[in-house]
Design a binder for this molecule. Structure first.
Ligand code: 5AD
Ligand code: SF4
Length: 440
């Protein structure tokens, strides 16, 4: 009987894509996917450490898996991703039921680790140094949606924002050879993928010798069957003139840009070591909007950073109202190991952080409702990705702005570009009818 695996993913898109690579490696080894942990012979937790809450969830989950393993001693449990790199062999301490711990750059070592585990039942650790070449590509990648694909173009981060643990876990920035990126993109196009999302912790500081991020986008744009290009996550400082000028001139470059603000007060930005001011940020927004008025901007925002006053927070809210983001990921600041912000006193109370987060989320919700309702009565082109989560009769597609649109339709539309007439809207999605339909 074939062995079964179950992978649980925490955190960002880099981790989601790493899990696609892990699933590919396991399927090549003859493993089959299991929908949950109960029948799995191998359970992998692909972890995140960017915020305390994400890390805490992993420890809780391990407690549950321990119980499951008591009745199934043959089961193997592995922990990978950023928290694995952070905790190292500490993960084994008091947890004899954890078999494998390996870092984000050690993905390709999984077959060897499993083989060793089979030979000799002992706890195995595989970690890498900050300058080791990452696993950019593996032979088989199990991608979720057969029309849109992630491609890793760089790994690591050299920015060292004062709150962020990432540079200590994913290491220094390393950019992938453009030939290998182009080859993967062409192969995906041949397989029928029409949308590509470039991935990297600091995606737009991509540079391979003299070949930079803007040039990479222009080269990918030339692949005829690729119809949409996206990327995430950029750093505002590295959105340079060359990249900004691609908006409005590269038709396949989608009308959405995730541009993490983190804070709207210059004092806080300075303490965060973000190396841009609120004015720099707003100037870039204005320039890109002028070139591409339809662009949907989204953001990451931290509330309650050390020393953040009410006025500082108001400055953030001011930017939120001015920019009118299509979506915001908002977080309460939490202290992370190794980071330089640990030297600052975490002096905003938990209650105050909660209040600020609620104010931000409520305002943002109102903005999203307003922006989405403004789309009612328009016709939008969507790439049909899937059946709708709530209703199997409905399909879900995404606009160039990355808004999800639900509409009635049948499975043969999956993977196609269709026009949808928008009839209603909520804070997180639009609803519509296929256009032209019989009724219009
Ligand atoms: N506390 C809260 N949020 C954080 N982020 C990163 N580090 C922290 C931290 N210590 C947020 C940032 C980043 C996103 C991925 O997570 O907003 O952009
Ligand atoms: Fe973290 Fe800053 Fe690097 Fe983003 S740019 S990964 S927030 S250090």
């Amino acid at each position: 009987m074939e062995k079964k695996y179950y992978i649980e993913t925490y955190g960002c898109q880099m981790n989601v894509h790493d899990s696609e690579k892990l699933a590919g490696i396991l399927s090549k080894l003859g493993y089959e996917a299991s929908p949950n942990e109960h029948n799995a012979d191998l359970v992998l937790l692909n972890t995140c450490s960017v915020r305390e809450k994400a890390a805490q969830k992993v420890f809780t989950r391990l407690g549950q898996l321990k119980k499951l393993k008591t009745g199934k001693p043959g089961m193997a449990i592995g922990v990978c991703g950023c928290l694995a790199q952070q905790e190292k062999d500490l993960f084994f301490k008091g947890r004899p039921y954890v078999d494998l711990v390996f870092g984000p750059k050690n993905i390709s070592e999984l077959p060897a680790l499993l083989e060793e585990l089979q030979r000799e039942r002992k706890q195995l650790l595989a970690l890498s140094g900050p300058r080791q070449e990452p696993t950019f590509e593996v032979d088989t990648v199990m991608r979720d949606v057969p029309y849109k694909a992630y491609i890793t173009i760089m790994e690591g981060c050299d920015k060292f924002c004062s709150f962020c643990v990432v540079p200590f876990l994913r290491g220094r920035e390393i950019s992938r050879d453009p030939h290998s990126i182009m080859e993967e993109a062409r192969r995906l196009a041949d397989l029928g993928y029409v949308e590509i999302c470039l991935l990297g912790q600091n995606v737009n500081s991509y540079r391979h010798e003299n070949f930079d991020f803007a040039e990479l986008l222009m080269s990918l744009h030339e692949i005829p069957d690729i119809r949409r290009l996206r990327y995430t996550s950029p750093h505002p400082t590295d959105i340079n003139q060359k990249v900004m000028d691609l908006y409005g001139s590269l038709p396949k470059l989608c009308n959405n840009l995730h541009l993490p603000l983190q804070a709207g007060s210059n004092e806080v930005l300075r303490r965060m070591k973000r190396d841009y001011s609120r004015e720099d940020y707003l100037q870039k927004v204005e320039y890109i909007r002028k070139r591409c008025p339809e662009i949907a901007l989204s953001s990451d925002i931290i509330v309650g950073f050390p020393g953040e006053t009410r006025d500082d927070f108001d400055a953030t809210m001011d930017v939120v109202r001015q920019v009118e983001y299509s979506g915001v990921f908002s977080f309460k600041y939490s202290q992370r190991p190794f980071t330089s912000a640990l030297k600052l006193e975490d002096d905003v109370s938990e209650e105050e952080k909660g209040d600020r987060l609620a104010v931000l989320q409520e305002t943002q919700r109102e903005i999203q409702v307003r922006l989405n309702q403004a789309k009612i009565g328009t016709t939008q082109e969507v790439l049909v990705e899937n059946h709708s989560r709530k209703d199997a009769e409905m399909l879900m597609g995404r606009t160039t702005c990355n808004r999800s649109v639900n509409f009635e339709g049948s499975a043969e539309l999956l993977g196609k570009f269709v026009q949808v007439y928008i009839t209603s809207a909520g804070p997180n999605s639009l609803v519509g009818e296929r256009w032209p339909s019989g009724r219009h």
